[in-house]
Design a protein around this ligand. Sequence first.
Ligand code: ATP
Ligand code: MG
Length: 391
Amino acid sequence: MSTPAHEAPQPVPPGAWLGLLGGGQLGRMFCMAAQSLGYKVVVLDPASDSPAGSVADRHVVADYLDPAGLAALRDLCAGATTEFENVPAAALEFLARDVRVTPAAQSVAIAQDRISEKTFIAGHGFPVAPFTILRDRDDAANVGGNLTPGIVKSARFGYDGKGQIRARTRDDVANAFVAMDESPSVLEKLIDLRAELSVIVARDDVGNVATWPVAENRHRNGILDVSIVPARVAEDLAGEARTIATALAAALDYRGVLCVELFVAPGDALMVNEIAPRPHNSGHYTIDACVTSQFEQQARVLAALPMGDTTQHTPAVMLNLLGDIWFEADGTMREPDWTRVLAHPQAKLHLYGKREPRRSRKMGHVTCLGANVGEALATALAIKRELGIPE
Ligand code: ATP
Ligand code: MG
């Protein structure tokens, strides 16, 4: 599927500087992949000590809208990307006047706001859970009975299940809206989830598209716990998920790496939950299990290089490591015993170098490889037990 909307750009050869907005773990893994290809990376992030800033070749400590910080990136880089979807679109637009920026500010802006995201996805004919937009108290008081029980989700700045309140009745919806400071929100019908899937898709300037195998995601307390890849679903359902992701990337005229999260509703009906205009936690397995990782692909598209092969060479289960495992039952803190993880020869440990462990904070992940998904899952479950991560 290709919609060549742009001329093929000039490749940015290795050795050049690439810019990155955001200093989190996604940025850290982008830096490592880009550096491995021979690029230098400059990170713009306000925190002096950040996972990406500490591995970047240069770290500009400034706010995303700081004119001097943005100018430093513009002057140094041949291209810039983002690891953080809440980066102000104005920052990307500023950079795009002079350098290549992938993804485009426009794509990031759509994904930043649940209202524009849902409207875009549904408006382009993709299946979504039934929803309505809540802009004021009247909207909240008059929602249709078909939308409850449901979930009120704030339009902006939600992640890891934050900014969401479940509502059983119409009154609950009204109360949730007030509890969220009456900020613009969507109410989404609660779906009886059979599974949650995600597809990472990459698309370049001339419309070439590549998807990775579908991940089956399990959450704990609203946070991704494990991703099992390939997903244990029927082949045609997985194919349908990849087709949706490909079509969505085309609808957005997307350039870069995009994650499409999907629900499997009863009857194997797929619904798009949300999109992330960047690599995604559920795609971390690609580092160890695929020919090309999502982070390398992000660098390749940014540098206008040919995309790499997305074939998965080894079945994998990715396990998130949250700050909780740094705490004993009595609240005292200690470093987990990583030798127990590394004693599993097929477990690949990734720690993000965050100095302060906090409960629910993503501190690292382990990708367990195996001859098949069952074997990889058995290793992941053993590691969970050893580290004290609940089932
Ligand atoms: P993240 O950034 O971690 O992806 P988020 O805060 O953006 O999360 P969502 O992806 O919208 O939020 O929701 C988090 C989780 O809550 C989903 O993965 C799913 O498990 C559950 N959830 C969200 N919406 C629904 C729904 N309509 N029906 C059933 N479960 C839902
Ligand atoms: Mg989500």
